[in-house]
Design a protein around this ligand. Sequence first.
Ligand SMILES: Nc1ncnc2c1ncn2[C@@H]1O[C@H](COP(=O)(O)OP(=O)(O)OP(=O)(O)O)[C@@H](O)[C@H]1O
Ligand SMILES: [Mg+2]
Length: 227
Amino acid sequence: MTIRLTDVHKTYRVGEVANHVLQGVSCTIEAGDYVALMGASGSGKSTLLNIIGGLDTDFDGEVTVCGQVLKRMGDRELSRFRNRTVSFVFQQFHLLPHLPVVDNVMMPSWFDPDRSQLDLHDRARQVLAQVGLAHKAGSTANHLSGGEKQRVAIARAIFNAPQVLLCDEPTGALDSKTGDMVMQVFEELHAKTRDMTLIMVTHAESIAQRCRRIIRISDGAILSGDA
Ligand SMILES: Nc1ncnc2c1ncn2[C@@H]1O[C@H](COP(=O)(O)OP(=O)(O)OP(=O)(O)O)[C@@H](O)[C@H]1O
Ligand SMILES: [Mg+2]
């Protein structure tokens, strides 16, 4: 269930200007690893995460995630991959503010019509308990604190038991104490769900140090940290 990137290139073109963001990124991340991805602003961290997560398929090179070659997937396979194999946690939570927490957590099931409603509620309560928020299931998402919102977003992200959790500055909008609590949630998840791979983009050395290793990206390539 390894993630393997081989000579990945990505260029954004805006009018006449070509921005060669990734210029030959190669690395391997083993299943169950817990990796921090660091680099200056604009170095391509989010771009790389979006490629691994199948959100951006317009790149050169080869990316294999859990045995699936991204470039070879059709639309249906890719949708399934994005709903089942990988999952994202973003800096800005992206919850639906007016819906109850439990509905926010069940969001991944909206794209999965086969599931029974009963199972879904059980599963939602289970993942909410994992992030310590079982008691907030009925609250409106809007009424939660920042740290609670991010924990709901994490519960939603693990709802379908993904193999890869991609986190783009998940503590970036939180104060350091709240960020610390969110990091503890990730650490507990990592300890419990051993084969789930976590990739965490962060600007903070203190957060990166809590991960198992650090991959640094600079000038479009991996600077250090590849296993
Ligand atoms: N959709 C887009 N169209 C054009 N250029 C883009 C697009 N998305 C990103 N870029 C450019 O690609 C470069 C890398 O962006 P990216 O968002 O991957 O950086 P990042 O490392 O995540 O930065 P940050 O730490 O600020 O989030 C930047 O120069 C950015 O302006
Ligand atoms: Mg970014």
